[in-house]
Unconditional design. Sequence first.
Length: 231
Amino acid sequence: METSDDVLVVEDDPGIQRMLRLALRSQGYGVIAAQTGEVGLSLAQANAPSVVLLDLGLPDCDGIDLLGRLARVCDAPVIVVTARDQESQKVSALDAGAVDYVVKPFGMAELMARIRVALRRGAQHPAQGGVYEADGLRVDRDARTVTLDGAALHLTPNEFALLTVLIDNRGKALTHRRIQHEVWGYPTTDDYKTLRVLMASLRRKLGDRPSDPRFVRTEVGVGYRFVGGGA
Ligand code: CA
């Protein structure tokens, strides 16, 4: 498989760095490697990578802070790599603009799938208007109609807004805070109860089971991810 995409890997652990390099090259990606945040920033600026893998546990800088600085020098989507004890950091990273996360130890197949999704959607702005159709679900934004397996679904305005936010970001992990902001225009509260209630009613109408989702997967401790349509 050949691609022209370069992946910038910012990771201070030499073992993980080497493993990522080999795996990415075997998939046809070019690899640019940095072991500190500062070097990563200058390589991002100089090389315009297609995607960035960013370890949040770097010795020289705060990962969340680095996300903001990266966004100013390149427009590549960033997937953060976190350790198990950085649960709260991964949520902050998604809120700060990262498109996805993996937790160490991660499976290489899973990471490659996340990279493909990030490459497909990362730099694009969500489509406004138009029709989404996949997996039996058809959403017409202009007509504001939704059908599932040919039958019309009657969604409330907030359910429709929630569904379109998820579809616009399909394949990506969205935090509760981000979804609240998109649906209500501002983060309503920090307990996300309203969002959970809205999600439950949307799922009911979609016939979606949280334990075996066809459309919306719960990201524990983070938020939700739209997984319909092969995302
Ligand atoms: Ca590290």
